[in-house]
Each structure stands twice: as C-alpha cells, then as structure tokens.
Design a protein around this ligand. Structure first.
Ligand SMILES: Cc1cc2nc3c(=O)[nH]c(=O)nc-3n(C[C@H](O)[C@H](O)[C@H](O)COP(=O)(O)O)c2cc1C
Length: 157
C-alpha cells in the first residue's frame, strides 16, 4: 500500500503532528498541495487529504488542487483534520464538501479522522487560545491506531 499524505498546517502545526503520526505507521510520503503536480497521485494506492479547519472549511489549497485533477480510477482516499471545535453532523460537517469532491473525482473514501487542535485565532489569542497542548499524546495514539486500521481496511478491499 503506497500512501501519499497531502496536508496543510499553517496555524499551529497541529495537523502536521497528525500527518506525521500517520506517516510513521504507514510509511507514507508527505507533501503540501502547492507542491503537487498533475501526476503526483500516479504512484500511490491511497492518498490522505488533511488540514486545519479554517472558517469551517479545509484549507482552500486542497480544494484548488482537486479542482485541477483529472478523474481518478482505482484509488482510495482518507480525510483528516484538526479543529478548535468538534464537527457536527448537521451544523458544521467539515468533511462533507471535501468528501463529495473526492468521490466526484473517482476516489473511494475509506476513512476520516479528526481531533481538536490548539486554536488561538482572533480574540482567542488574548487568552492563550483553547485546547492548549492539543493534539496531545492520546490524539497521536488515536491517529496511529487509525493508520493501522487503514492498513487492514485497505487489505480487506
Ligand atoms: C483563520 C482561522 C480560522 C479558524 N476557523 C475555525 C473554524 O471555523 N472552526 C474550528 O473549529 N476551528 C477553527 N480554527 C481553529 C483551527 O482549526 C485549529 O487551530 C487547527 O488545529 C489548526 O490546524 P493547523 O495548526 O494544522 O493549521 C481556525 C483557525 C484559524 C487560524
């Protein structure tokens, strides 16, 4: 299972900690959307897409990348994020738009992972932010377990 992880982590490097935990377990390559080329996915079976959540969305460069992709055949994907607040199925389902985009391109989405990240955006900065020290060691362990599960899910398909 050759895996590429495409991620953006520009606020506090929270998402990068998660991406690196995945990469350690599944021996994935890491890349930023801005460095991706048209054939970047060619040599991979599984591609992870992740970022912090900014104004209720994944980073715009992930969407821009996918907007320029040709239809994909036979590749699996997963989605991951860190955010100040948990997603809510109806109010702020962060994954929905990105997942729909991936599916419309032809990816099969086989999992998603999210956890809280230190959030010191805007006025929160004045009080040191919320979720200080997140992602913490439990989140990193959960991320590693998620990656292990991906591996076994992948081999089941
Ligand atoms: C400009 C900006 C907007 C944000 N908007 C949201 C939001 O809409 N919902 C939320 O839960 N967290 C929000 N956050 C918090 C980030 O999602 C959180 O800090 C995340 O862990 C950042 O990931 P990163 O360090 O990998 O960039 C925002 C942070 C920034 C800087």
């Amino acid at each position: 299972m050759k895996t590429l992880i495409v991620y953006v982590s520009e606020h506090k490097k929270n998402t990068e900690k998660i991406a690196k935990a995945f990469a350690e377990v599944i021996d994935a390559d890491l890349i930023k959307p801005i460095s991706c080329e048209l054939n970047s996915f060619d040599n991979y079976d599984l591609v992870g897409f992740g970022s912090g959540i900014y104004h209720s969305k994944f980073h715009a460069s992930l969407y821009r990348l996918l907007d320029h992709c040709s239809p994909i055949k036979g590749k699996k994907a997963f989605i991951f994020s860190t955010s100040g607040h948990p997603e809510h199925k109806h109010l702020n389902n962060y994954n929905k738009e990105l997942e729909a985009k991936l599916v419309s391109l032809g990816f099969t989405v086989i999992g998603n992972f999210s956890c809280r990240g230190h959030d010191a955006w805007g006025p929160l900065r004045l009080v040191g932010g919320i979720n200080q020290n997140k992602p913490d060691s439990t989140d990193i362990e959960n991320a590693k377990q998620f990656a292990k599960n991906l591996k076994s899910k992948f081999s089941d398909i």
